[in-house]
Design a protein around this ligand. Structure first.
Ligand code: UDX
Length: 491
């Protein structure tokens, strides 16, 4: 198929590279001439595992090219994807200026039938407005169809998510458009869910809101665990083993961030209010997310008494591991909270330091060049983003470099008992020192997240539950969950 993708940002670039990888001829269009030039020279503006190789391979194979001309893209393709940004407005509603502009630009150059596909995350009924706009601005009255095809890519594993999707959602109101879209996705061997345009648009907002709801739910339960001495990791395992619930996206932590969840929830709330059906549940999801970071800060204050002038090391600045994306990162909000209270913060992130510096996101922070450099003479270490490399750092060296070995683990990356045995004062999310029995750790003391073990394996063991997930495979938990929990939700 000949495919054009308008907008070579995160979604457009990953989608374009994967479509080319499965054999389509792809033209990526972008109105940023410098970006187009860089891409045509193999320079990728974002860090995403596997993407650079994919782009270079397909540019070399002449299946992928970049241009600044929408007309060139539309003329030389059968299907035109719209993948431009839909940023949030101050009131949480979605700014559709770029979508509307591209719809007018497509209309101006449309000469024969095309399928126009909305790939950007948009509110319900946007497809109708795109169709109205094209009809109004196309002077030659050409036939076309507008389709909704939401993406479900996660940063850090976007290539895998696109190449091996759980499902492909196609919202189309014409058989002709549907047949063409099925040819586009034929090489992906994934279930295709066909629906109308409005339902497809809603599926995206509803899916992201539900995932964030799961996170806020487990974070709300973590507060109860902290107050009662229970262990959130065991609770998550216990409820997650129920297939109706599922273990994924039940990792308690500092809260969700990123360019999608905060924005999509605010958008869904704005849509619900617009139609007179306020979505109170999602407002509570937002509140819990905000409170999670406030509660964490309070525990820091309660332990350190005064934060002013305290030397605090922070590991992690990106909104999650395996990406250089710092948009709506809870880690950055926490660093700025600490600096606002007068703390002297030294932070380190494997991929995010440069962006934080370039965008001046944390005025007053000192950026270290390594995890160990960051903890030098620190009075407390805060783990804010669970990069795997942090679980490989020599914790005894960390302890010896710190002024006082106090650790606040905002992502439950470490095992409480191991930290205790190494002489750290350790605070996790929804768990405490009393919780762990020191068995669930990998060779470097990083937690492998206490789950449950079948009773017959625990016979004679007094206390409630413990499990090893590191080296030894645990038969009681499906392999998929064990892989996801080991890499904490990345792929
Ligand atoms: C999300 C959706 O997962 C994806 O389907 C959609 O297309 C875009 O939005 P992304 O924003 O890349 O993807 O990140 P995701 O892995 O979903 O994590 C979002 C946030 O939730 C991160 O801050 C992460 O740390 C947090 N999170 C995730 C938790 O706190 N606990 C979890 O169990 C999972």
């Amino acid at each position: 198929m000949k495919i054009a993708i308008i907008g070579s940002g995160y979604v457009g670039l990953v989608t374009g590279a994967c479509f080319a990888q499965v054999g389509h001829e792809v033209i990526c269009v972008d109105n940023d001439e410098r970006k187009v030039k860089a891409l045509n020279h193999g320079r990728i503006p974002i860090y995403e595992p596997g993407l650079e190789q994919l782009v270079l391979r397909n540019v070399a194979a002449r299946r992928l090219k970049f241009t600044g001309s929408i007309e060139y893209g539309v003329d030389n393709s059968e299907v035109v994807f719209i993948a431009v940004p839909t940023p949030p407005r101050a009131d949480g509603s979605v700014d559709l200026t770029y979508i509307e502009q591209v719809a007018r630009e497509i209309a101006a150059v449309l000469k024969e039938y095309r399928v126009i596909v909305d790939k950007s995350t948009v509110p319900v009924k946007t497809g109708e407005k795109v169709a109205d706009t094209i009809r109004r601005y196309n002077k030659v009255n050409v036939d076309f169809d507008v389709v909704s095809n939401p993406e479900f890519l996660r940063e850090g594993c976007a290539v895998t998510d696109l190449m091996e999707p759980d499902r492909i959602v196609i919202g189309a109101n014409s058989e002709r458009a549907l047949a063409i879209m099925e040819k586009v996705y034929e090489p992906f061997l994934a279930p295709i869910m066909v629906t109308d345009v409005n339902s497809a648009e809603l599926i995206k907002h509803a899916a992201n809101s539900f995932l964030a709801l799961k996170i806020s739910y487990i974070n709300a339960v973590s507060a109860i665990c902290e107050a009662t001495g229970a262990d959130i990791e065991k609770v998550a395992e216990g409820i997650g083993a129920d297939k109706r619930i599922g273990r994924s996206f039940l990792n308690a932590g500092l809260g969700y961030g990123g360019s999608c969840f905060p924005k999509d929830i605010a958008a869904f709330i704005a849509i619900s209010e617009l139609i007179g059906e306020p979505f109170h549940l999602l407002q509570e999801v937002q509140r819990i997310n905000q409170r999670q970071r406030e509660r964490f800060l309070k525990r820091l204050r309660d332990t350190l008494w005064v934060l002013k002038e305290k030397r605090i090391a922070v590991w992690g600045l990106t909104f999650k591991p395996h990406t250089d994306d710092v948009r709506s990162s809870v880690a950055i909000d926490l660093v700025n909270d600490l600096i606002r209270e007068g703390a002297r913060v030294t932070a380190y992130d494997p991929k995010g330091n440069q962006r934080v510096q370039e965008l001046d996101l944390c005025p007053g922070v000192h950026l270290a060049n390594s995890a160990l450099e960051a903890v030098q003479d620190a009075e407390t270490l805060v783990l804010a983003t669970e990069w795997p490399e942090f679980s490989d750092v020599d914790l005894t060296e960390v302890r010896d470099r710190m002024h006082t070995p106090i650790v606040f683990d905002g992502r439950n990356l470490f095992d409480p008992a191991t930290m205790r045995d190494l002489g750290f004062q350790y605070f996790g999310i929804g768990r405490s020192l009393a919780n762990s029995s020191g068995t669930n750790q990998n060779s470097n003391g990083a937690s492998t997240h206490g789950g449950l073990r079948p009773l017959q394996e625990c016979r004679g063991i007094a206390d409630s539950s413990r499990v090893s997930r590191g080296g030894k495979t645990d038969r009681s938990v499906p392999m998929k969950d064990s892989i996801s929990s080991l890499c904490r939700g990345n792929c």
